[in-house]
Structure formats: structure tokens, C-alpha cells
Design a protein around this ligand. Structure first.
Ligand SMILES: NC(=O)c1ccc[n+]([C@@H]2O[C@H](COP(=O)([O-])OP(=O)(O)OC[C@H]3O[C@@H](n4cnc5c(N)ncnc54)[C@H](OP(=O)(O)O)[C@@H]3O)[C@@H](O)[C@H]2O)c1
Length: 246
């Protein structure tokens, strides 16, 4: 199997995208530790849960110091509620940047010695929000843009021992999709905007993460892999077509 004998940590691996990644890693033969602030409601079989707030630098340091070894780190913990810039104080936006950009940096630094020894790799979970305007989640989009850039610099600084890549993820169907995209009808209409006709499943992201973490990607570092079902059809095309049809 692709990840036989490897030890992986998936931050935020207790639900949603992270649980999909954890499940895919277990299937690929890895020993998987998931961490989050709260234990999972539905644990992924054969994973170990460790409570950890990735924004707590000291706790992050202790966690990695206590691990016997590590081959793969998946910086997945992240996200943000819909919140236009002027509808919250600056400190709320700062917390979003802490979770989505500064925490992955802190966690990667704490994991570095293990990963260097193991000739391991890091997978950052980015978002298409980092490569287009992200109204309503501006701080999140900016943090994800920064994360992708951080990964590219890290890949150069930490080569040849540690590979670092980003999955640039589009819309995913999770337990919390309704908070981002609305109920089933809304999700169905949103899905029609995606060329592949559906939102991603957490398992789609998991499969791409397994690839980046495996020896099949031995020459892939500093890369950003789009997992977005073809992305967004440019809005101007529909506007122009509608105009021509009049
Ligand atoms: N869902 C999407 O459509 C989508 C699209 C593009 C990219 N992504 C990215 O995919 C990743 C996962 O998103 P998701 O939708 O699966 O989110 P989610 O369902 O909200 O899950 C987030 C996970 O991160 C953990 N977490 C949150 N804050 C944490 C903290 N401070 N310390 C440790 N763990 C923390 C959560 O557990 P606790 O709350 O118990 O800590 C949970 O396990 C994020 O990086 C997100 O930006 C998601």
C-alpha cells in the first residue's frame, strides 16, 4: 500500500475534510493520529485522537516532542464563518488568519525535525478562496493565499529532505456544508456551477493527499494541486451569452 509503515498526523482530522483524509491514509496503510480541540463524534476507525489546539504554540511543541516518529503532516485544521469585513471587529479576522496561516507554520516548524529525519512530507490544505476574491471570508482567502506561498518557500528551504505541497480545494460536501452552502436544494444548485457537476467528497481530497504523501509523488514538491472539479466557469461568459441571445 502507498503509505505502508508511515506515521501521519492530520490536524482537524475529526470530521469533514480531515476525517476523509484520515480514512484515506488508514486505507493506504498509514498509522494515523488526528488532533483537534474536541474528540470526534464519529471516530475514524484505527485512528488515534489527541486533543490539541493548533493555535497554542506551547501545546503544539509538546505534542510533536512526544511523538516517536513522523513521516507525514497534513495541515488541515482551518476554516472560517461567513463574515463581511465590517461586520466584525479586527480581532475576529486576526483569529481566522491565526488558524489558517500562522498555525500551519507553527505546526510545521514543530514537526520539522521528525520530518527531516524521516525524509517525510507536508500536505497543506488550501482553498480556491486563496486564488480568487473571497468576499465574506476575506481574511480566510488571504490566509489561504499565504499558506500556498508559505508551502512553496518551505519546499525550497527544506529540500531535499522534506517535500511540501498544497491541495487547493474547491467546495466539499461535509457534515457542515449547510453552514457554507445552504440545505440540500442549495447544495444541488451550487453543484451545477462546478464543471464535474458535484461538490467534492472528503474522500476525493483524501485520495489526492495520499498521492502527495506517497512515493508516487517523490519528485513533487512546492506544487499546488487543484482539487476543485474544474473550478468556476467565468461569470462573464454567461453574461455575454445572455446578452447575445437577446
Ligand atoms: N468544506 C469545504 O468546502 C472546504 C473547501 C476548501 C477548503 N477547505 C479546507 O479544508 C479544511 C477542513 O475544512 P472542513 O470543512 O472539513 O472544516 P470543519 O468541518 O469545520 O472541520 C475542521 C476541523 O478542524 C478542527 N479545528 C478547528 N479549529 C481547530 C484548532 N484551533 N485546533 C485544532 N483543530 C481545530 C475541528 O475540530 P475542533 O472544532 O474540535 O477543534 C475539525 O476537526 C480547512 O482547512 C478548510 O479551509 C474546506
Amino acid at each position: 500500500m502507498e503509505l505502508d509503515g508511515k506515521v501521519a498526523v492530520v490536524t482537524g482530522g475529526t470530521r469533514g475534510v480531515g476525517a476523509g483524509i484520515a480514512r484515506a491514509f488508514v486505507r493506504a496503510g498509514a498509522e494515523v493520529v488526528v488532533c483537534a480541540r474536541r474528540p470526534p463524534d464519529v471516530p475514524v476507525p484505527k485512528t488515534e485522537f489527541v486533543p490539541l489546539d493548533v493555535r497554542d504554540t506551547e501545546a503544539v511543541g509538546h505534542f510533536f516532542a512526544g511523538l516517536p516518529r513522523l513521516d507525514v503532516l497534513v495541515n488541515n485544521a482551518g476554516g472560517a464563518p461567513y463574515r463581511p469585513l465590517t461586520q466584525a471587529g479586527a480581532e475576529r479576522h486576526v483569529r481566522v488568519v491565526e488558524l489558517n496561516l500562522l498555525a500551519p507554520l507553527t505546526v510545521s516548524l514543530a514537526a520539522y525535525d521528525h520530518l527531516r529525519r524521516a525524509h517525510g512530507s507536508i500536505v497543506m490544505i488550501g482553498s480556491v478562496s486563496g486564488s480568487r476574491p473571497s468576499p465574506g471570508t476575506a481574511a480566510y482567502g488571504a490566509a489561504k493565499a499565504g499558506l500556498d506561498h508559505l508551502a512553496r518557500s518551505m519546499a525550497v528551504e527544506w529540500a531535499p529532505e522534506v517535500r511540501v505541497n498544497t491541495l487547493v480545494v474547491g467546495m466539499v460536501r461535509t457534515e457542515l456544508s449547510h453552514l457554507h452552502y445552504g440545505g440540500p436544494d442549495a447544495v444541488a444548485s451550487v453543484a451545477q456551477t462546478v464543471p464535474l457537476g458535484r461538490l467534492a467528497e472528503p474522500s476525493d481530497v483524501g485520495a489526492a493527499a495520499v498521492f502527495l504523501a506517497s512515493d508516487a509523488a517523490a519528485y513533487v514538491t512546492g506544487a499546488s494541486l487543484l482539487v476543485h472539479g474544474g473550478g468556476e466557469r467565468p461569470a462573464f461568459l454567461d453574461a455575454a451569452t445572455a446578452h447575445k441571445e437577446k
